[in-house]
Design a protein around this ligand. Structure first.
Ligand SMILES: C[S@@+](CC[C@H](N)C(=O)[O-])C[C@H]1O[C@@H](n2cnc3c(N)ncnc32)[C@H](O)[C@@H]1O
Length: 188
């Protein structure tokens, strides 16, 4: 079967594929990294069975597209990793720094809220019935939204495991959350 069957045909989504489409053929897909950036959380940065996407070309995703309109068929993944930027533009020197390059930022709160609403629907669509979202969120003085706000927006999913870690920066007011969220039965 041609590889493009993996990608959702007839969908008005702008995307660029950086590997040959054949790379997506004959692979049993397990997961989607929906905010890949430099893939720092991965030991194997080209893990077979995972697709790495990002809205930015300069971080070299497998597929450059928005997680708000995914070019994949429904129900194809078991896991989605979602690690969105947690800060807004305009906080000191952040926008020009290497941190900004790695993590990205949101222009305004409403851009992040729109993203949360869209991924809530898209992740539910591309995940299988017992699929899960792994959501990472950094909560601290600079966070654009509190964790409770994010979880309320991701209401197609329910948290089943919450891990809290202190920030590597040593800032005691910052907590990093790793939350496993199961797809609700009633979600699409
Ligand atoms: C915090 S970083 C992810 C870091 C990554 N997990 C790592 O380990 O290096 C967030 C990424 O989300 C990307 N992003 C922001 N909006 C996006 C969207 N609509 N679709 C896909 N990626 C997006 C940003 O470009 C940025 O690279």
């Amino acid at each position: 079967m041609p590889s493009y069957v993996f990608l959702r045909p007839a969908r008005e989504t702008k995307f660029t594929v950086n590997k040959s489409l054949e790379a997506y053929c004959d692979v049993e897909y397990v997961g989607l990294d929906a905010t890949a950036s430099l893939r720092k959380y991965w030991r194997n940065r080209s893990a077979r069975g995972y697709v790495f996407i990002d809205i930015r070309t300069n971080v070299k995703p497998d597929i450059r597209c928005s997680n708000e309109a995914l070019p994949f068929r429904s129900g194809v993944f078991e896991q989605v990793f979602y690690d969105p930027p947690s800060v807004a533009r305009g906080r000191g020197q952040f926008t020009g720094s290497s941190m900004a390059f790695r993590y990205g930022w949101w222009p305004r709160k409403r851009d992040f809220d729109r993203n949360l609403t869209a991924v809530n629907a898209e992740f539910a669509r591309v995940l299988s019935g017992d699929g899960a979202v792994l959501f990472k969120w950094t909560e601290g003085p600079g966070a654009i939204r509190p964790i409770a706000h994010c979880l309320a927006k991701l209401d197609n999913f329910r948290p089943v495991h919450v891990e809290k870690r202190p920030s590597k920066s040593g800032n005691k007011r910052t907590t990093v959350y790793f939350i496993t969220m199961a797809k609700r039965r009633e979600a699409a």
